[in-house]
Write a protein that binds this ligand. Structure first.
Ligand SMILES: Nc1ncnc2c1ncn2[C@@H]1O[C@H](COP(=O)(O)OP(=O)(O)OP(=O)(O)O)[C@@H](O)[C@H]1O
Length: 306
């Protein structure tokens, strides 16, 4: 799917201001931002619920809002849209009928979805008796029945216990691995880090170019840190480390050597080899990678939730 130059104003407020991104099969894409950044407004336009003031959303080649686009999308709203007095299975039956499914095919899809969202053994219980996390999983399941190509989730973790949170994250990963494209909003950095590789920031809907987490981190000049505790001739270890092209700076305190490097994952072996060349031994190694928190603060000046 593809968003091109989306804009949406509410009165004087530019809720979404020139947002463009695209999403391929099997890709998970997170819109990360604090409350009011325009995330829900953006995905409402993707889901065809809200018309943009300008710009375009194409869902696998067809315009958002059309019946064909709706068939390709499973939109999971922030609020639960379930019937508390129906069982989990009955809720899914209701949604299956809305999607035009019936008979054996429908029963098979419902069984499959119950399995996917981990509610197979509670399918006969009333939805009102479910925990917050189970309700949310059923909410997701109801939008998987018609086998959408794109799943759009608005704050999938809101009001969910940690166990269900992990279950939802696992579900999303499995669906993406099976080829579904996933678009979701969150203001939890850790969720964005776990779920998606292509990072996305959103601040008042102002678009930033699409970047993977690594690209964003590099663009901001953030570096990894390798902290070594060494024994032996620290000065020679420092000199050897300094000579490596990947090493940017080497502040040192006593037997602790802190190396600032471009990519710790790649250069760690050569750092260790260089440092230990002249009989210096390394007692401990710690690698710290910059995370989305650093990136987000740099880009927006705002803190996010952990
Ligand atoms: N129907 C509306 N009428 C007027 N203003 C609106 C409407 N919908 C959203 N807004 C405003 O647009 C801005 C973006 O809202 P949006 O819900 O898209 O943000 P969000 O990033 O999803 O935040 P949240 O995490 O709180 O859902 C906010 O300032 C909000 O108050």
């Amino acid at each position: 799917m593809e968003c091109r130059c989306l804009r949406k104003n509410f009165g004087d407020l530019a809720a979404v201001d020139d947002v463009s991104f695209h999403l391929s099969e099997g890709e998970t894409y997170g819109l990360l931002g604090p409350n009011g950044a325009g995330k829900s407004t953006t995905i409402s336009m993707v889901a065809g619920i809200l018309a943009p003031d300008s710009g375009k959303v194409l869902v696998y080649g067809v315009s958002a809002g059309s019946a064909a686009a709706k068939r390709r999308i499973g939109y999971v709203p922030q609020e639960l849209a379930l019937y508390p007095d129906l069982t989990g299975r009955e809720n899914l039956r209701f949604f299956a009928r809305l999607y035009g499914l019936s008979g054996r095919a429908s029963a098979r899809r419902i069984d499959h979805v119950l399995e996917v969202v981990g509610l197979g053994d509670r399918a006969g219980d009333l939805a009102r008796e479910y925990s917050g996390g189970m309700k949310r999983r059923l909410n997701v399941g109801a939008r998987l029945l018609h086998q959408p190509l794109l799943l759009v989730l608005d704050e999938p973790r809101a009001g969910v216990d940690p166990q269900s949170r992990n279950a939802i994250v696992d579900n999303v990963r499995e669906l993406a691995a099976a080829g579904m494209a996933i678009l979701y909003t969150t203001h939890y950095m850790e969720e964005a880090e776990r779920l998606c590789d292509p990072g996305r920031r959103d601040r008042r809907g102002t678009s930033d170019s699409r970047r993977t987490r690594r690209e964003l981190v590099e663009r901001l000049g953030e570096r990894s840190h390798i902290s070594l505790v060494v024994q032996g001739d620290t000065a020679s270890a420092l000199a050897a480390a300094r000579a490596l092209p990947a090493v940017r700076s080497v502040p040192a305190r006593g037997d602790e050597v802190e190396l600032v490097v471009t990519d710790a994952g790649i250069c760690l072996p050569e750092v260790l080899a260089a440092v230990t060349r002249d009989g210096v031994s390394v007692r401990s190694v710690q690698v710290t990678e910059p995370d989305l928190k650093t990136v987000f603060l740099h880009l927006t000046g705002k803190a996010l939730k952990r």
